[in-house]
Design a protein around this ligand. Structure first.
Ligand code: PLP
Length: 364
């Protein structure tokens, strides 16, 4: 016993999550390409909605987010009773951990799956099982082979952050089919709108059909509302019922709910954002590839750059770019020293980045 309040076992082993850097010393308006945000900001229609909704902030939001759930249900052809909204999709992922994990349970995901999955396991005294990948691509057979009687949750980010890997639909179906019915599969489709591939599934079809698949989505990426914190999940009724019991009563705030409804209706903004990303993702992938850096095919609004596992070189590149006002995300905290992640920016920012990167490669 110590003489001070003691947290639950394992909590002090957790490295607190750190977001992407926002400042570059000496630059008033640096180019922030470190957090997979929307380079276009957010819809003008949403701007007006927020101004209107801010007139009544003295009032609590609708705790059940009914209007937003109805709008989501209509747009995606879903049952509104099987949708829950959250303070970002991150909150929903956390609630899943809190609701379903017991000490010693195993939480399975591919080795460079989204960082939060490991934190969720550790926060709940569960064991993260990080399944080795093939060149940063999830291997479903290996994931299935790692399932034990202790496996409780399986997380798949599709596409995955930070690798950009998209798990093909056939693999996702195979993964689900191989899991025991009592294991919950969570398909985290934060970047779904950026995918441009017929073999994609965001998990929704599986969630419609099966009692053990939950799909999470967010307004933080293609809708550009990361700062408002609003996400949602669709899944089996009994899982949604559990989440509704454990979430805080007003977890989706008033502005966020109103903004999200308007954002859903502004299809032009979403289309413009998605098309921009697809166009520049290809261009950047080609340009980065020409410099000799390993660039990984990405289905998200970001690209992962590999410096042949040379952490020193990746750090030097990060600094070189930072000195030019370009902020990327170093990947040490993601278990990938020797890598940097670039969020796709505006036309000119992407060109400036590509020029700076080839300058770095020529000089290093
Ligand atoms: C794969 C993935 N899932 C979930 C999230 C959380 O998003 P939010 O909580 O903003 O909805 C992120 C954020 O970057 C992400 O990359």
């Amino acid at each position: 016993m110590t003489n001070q309040p003691e947290p639950r076992p394992g909590l002090l082993d957790i490295m607190a999550y750190r977001g992407g850097i926002a400042d570059a010393p000496g630059f008033k308006a640096p180019v922030k390409l470190s957090s997979n945000e929307n380079c276009f900001g957010y819809s003008d229609q949403v701007r007006h909605t927020i101004a209107d909704a801010s007139a009544s902030l003295e009032r609590y939001p609708d705790g059940g987010a009914l209007n937003l759930r109805e709008a989501l249900a209509k747009k995606h052809n879903l049952d509104k009773e099987r949708i829950v909204c959250g303070c970002g999709s991150d909150e929903i992922l956390q609630l899943i951990g809190r609701s379903y994990l017991r000490p010693g349970d195993e939480v399975l995901f591919s080795a460079h799956g989204f960082l939060t999955y490991k934190l969720i396991a550790l926060q709940n005294e569960a064991v993260p099982v990080m399944v080795p990948e093939d060149n940063l691509c999830a291997n479903v057979d290996r994931m299935l082979a790692a399932v034990t009687t202790k496996t409780r949750l399986v997380f798949v980010a599709n596409p995955n952050n930070p690798t950009g890997y998209m798990m093909p639909k056939a693999d996702l179906v195979k993964l689900h089919a191989g899991l025991p019915k009592e294991v919950l599969l969570i398909v985290d489709a934060a970047y779904a709108e950026y995918v441009d591939d017929d073999n994609y599934s965001c998990g929704m079809e599986l969630s419609r059909k099966f009692d053990n698949v939950l799909t999470t989505r967010t307004f933080s990426k293609v809708y550009g509302l990361a700062g408002l914190r609003i996400g949602w999940a669709f899944g089996p009724q009994q899982v949604i019922d559990v989440l509704n019991r454990v979430r805080s009563p007003f977890n989706a705030n008033r502005l966020a709910q109103a903004a999200a409804i308007t954002a859903l209706g502004d299809e032009q903004f979403v289309q413009k954002s998605a098309e921009h990303v697809r166009k520049w993702r290809k261009w950047l992938t080609d340009e980065i590839g020409k410099t000799g850096i390993n660039v990984y095919p990405s289905a998200g609004n970001f690209v992962l750059l590999g410096f042949n596992n040379d952490a020193k070189k990746a750090d030097a590149a990060e600094k070189f770019l930072m000195d030019r006002g370009l902020i990327l995300r170093g990947m040490r905290g993601f278990g990938l020293p020797g890598f940097l992640r670039l969020t796709i920016g505006l036309d000119e920012q992407n060109r400036t980045f590509a020029n700076a990167l080839s300058e770095f490669m020529a000089s290093y």
